[in-house]
Write a protein that binds this ligand. Structure first.
Ligand SMILES: Nc1ncnc2c1ncn2[C@@H]1O[C@H](COP(=O)(O)OP(=O)(O)OP(=O)(O)O)[C@@H](O)[C@H]1O
Length: 388
C-alpha cells in the first residue's frame, strides 16, 4: 500500500444476485488521503455500486477493501458507516425532523453531548453557507433543492468523518446553483482535506472537482486514472478520448495560470505626455509596430501605433485604440485566451493586483503551454510503461 493511500480496493468484485455479469469486476484502486478522486463513466458502468461497496451498503462478492490498513470487509458495518459521510443526489433528509435534527443524526448516535452537537450544527450550517438562525429550525420541505443539498453535505460532515462518499451530489440542481455549490464545496474542502470519492457521469464536473479522475468503462474497468490535466493532455485510448469529448485541449488551459506557466514578455511602453523617442526605439528593437500607453498609475490604457509617434510629439490619454481586455497575473490561460478573443488581438497585457502593467501574454504562449502539457503527459506515460 502506498504510504498516503487512505482507501484501497484490491480486486473487488460485485455480482448482484440473479445476474451473471458482474457490475464491478476485479477493481483495484487507491484513494489518497485528503484527495478528491472522481469516478466518472457512462451510465450503468458501476460507479454507484463501487461507491456503495466502500461503506458496505452492499457487500462485495470478491476481493478486499481496506481503510488505512484495516480490512473493512471484517469490521462492523454500522461502525464503519459512522466513519464515512455519504451524500446522494436525492438527499433523503428526514422530512419530519428539523434541519438541526437532520444534521445531528450521526453525532447523536456517537453520544456527543448536547452542547457539542448544537455548536457543531451551527458551525456546519455556516460552512455550507446557510445562516444557522434562519435555517436550523426549518423543515426540509421549507428549503429549495440547492439548500437541501447543502444540508445534505452538512449532515454528511456531521460527525467529522475521515471519508466522504458523494454520489452525483449536485446532479439534480440547476446549472447556476450547481456551479456555486461546487465552488463552495471545493473551498470547504481546502480547509477540511477529507478523503473523498465523488461519482458523476459529467466529465466537466469531474474535471472541476477531481484531484484525480478514474474514467471507468463497463464493469468498472479503469480505462485511465490520473490528474485531470494529464487526462486532458493525453487520453490513453479512443474510449477516453470519446468520453472527454471535443475541446479537451481548451479545457486543459483551465489548469495553467499566467504567473506560473508563462514567462511573461516585457513590452515597449510609454506614459501619457512622455517624449515618445525612446519608446519608438524600444518598439523597433522588439520588432513590434505598437507601444502600450500607461497612465500615471502604470495602468495600461491604449495601444498606440508607432507610425503615430514619428514626429517626437507627446501623446494624450485618448490617442490610440483602447486596451479592452487585461489579464491578471493569477488568471488561467483559458481566461487569457478569452481576453484575447474579446480584444481581437493575439496579445494581452497582464496586470498586477493593483492594475499596474507587468508584461504581456501572447497566443503563442498558450500554444507552447498546450504542447508542453502534452509532452509532459506523454513522457509520464512512457516512463510508467518502462517501469511496469
Ligand atoms: N440491486 C441491483 N440488482 C441487480 N443489478 C443491479 C443492482 N444495482 C445495480 N445493478 C446493475 O449493476 C450495473 C451497475 O449499476 P450502477 O448503478 O453501479 O451504475 P452507475 O455507473 O452508477 O450508473 P448511473 O450513472 O446510471 O447511475 C448496472 O448494469 C445495473 O443495472
Amino acid at each position: 500500500m502506498s504510504p498516503d493511500a487512505k482507501i484501497r480496493l484490491d480486486h473487488v468484485e460485485k455480482t448482484y444476485p440473479g445476474t451473471k455479469v458482474p457490475a464491478v469486476e476485479s477493481l483495484s484502486l487507491e484513494v489518497y488521503e485528503g484527495e478528491i478522486l472522481v469516478l466518472v463513466g457512462p451510465s450503468g458502468c458501476g460507479k454507484s455500486t463501487t461507491l456503495r461497496l466502500i461503506n458496505r451498503m452492499i457487500e462485495p462478492t470478491g476481493g478486499r477493501i481496506y481503510l488505512d490498513d484495516e480490512d473493512v470487509t471484517k469490521v462492523n458495518a454500522d461502525k464503519l458507516r459512522r466513519r464515512i459521510g455519504y451524500v446522494i443526489q436525492q438527499i433523503g433528509l428526514f422530512p419530519h425532523q428539523t434541519i438541526a435534527q437532520n444534521i445531528a443524526t450521526v453525532p447523536k448516535m456517537l453520544g456527543w453531548d448536547k452542547a457539542k452537537v448544537a455548536e457543531r450544527i451551527d458551525r456546519l450550517l455556516t460552512v455550507v453557507g446557510l445562516d444557522p438562525d434562519t435555517y436550523r429550525d426549518r423543515y426540509p420541505k421549507e428549503l429549495s433543492g440547492g439548500q437541501a443539498q447543502r444540508v445534505g453535505v452538512a449532515r454528511a460532515l456531521g460527525a467529522d468523518p475521515e471519508i466522504m462518499l458523494m454520489d452525483e451530489p449536485f446532479g439534480a440542481i440547476d446549472p447556476i446553483t450547481r456551479d456555486r455549490l461546487q465552488n463552495e464545496f471545493l473551498s470547504v474542502q481546502e480547509d477540511l482535506r477529507k478523503t473523498i470519492v465523488f461519482v458523476t457521469h459529467d466529465i466537466d464536473e469531474a474535471i472541476k472537482m477531481g484531484d484525480r479522475i478514474a474514467i471507468l468503462g463497463d464493469r468498472s474497468h479503469i480505462r485511465q486514472i490520473d490528474t485531470p490535466e494529464r487526462i486532458l493532455a493525453f487520453p490513453v485510448d479512443d474510449f477516453v478520448r470519446d468520453f472527454i469529448g471535443e475541446g479537451s485541449t481548451l479545457k486543459g488551459l483551465h489548469f495553467e495560470t499566467v504567473d506560473e506557466h508563462v514567462t511573461l514578455e516585457p513590452y515597449p511602453t510609454m506614459h501619457v505626455g512622455e517624449d515618445p523617442t525612446a519608446a519608438v526605439a524600444r518598439a523597433r528593437e522588439a520588432g513590434t509596430d505598437w507601444v502600450l500607453l500607461l497612465d500615471d498609475q502604470e495602468h495600461p490604457t491604449r495601444w498606440v501605433p508607432v507610425s503615430d509617434l514619428g514626429g517626437g510629439s507627446t501623446v494624450s490619454s485618448d490617442s490610440g485604440s483602447e486596451v479592452v481586455a487585461k489579464v491578471s497575473l493569477g488568471a488561467t490561460l483559458f481566461e487569457a485566451l478569452e481576453q484575447m478573443l474579446i480584444s481581437e488581438a493575439a496579445v494581452s497585457p497582464v496586470v498586477r493586483e493593483d492594475g499596474s502593467f507587468y508584461g504581456v501574454v501572447r497566443l503563442t504562449h498558450l500554444n507552447k503551454a498546450i504542447r508542453r502539457a502534452r509532452l509532459e503527459a506523454r513522457e509520464h506515460y512512457a516512463q510508467l510503461e518502462a517501469t511496469s
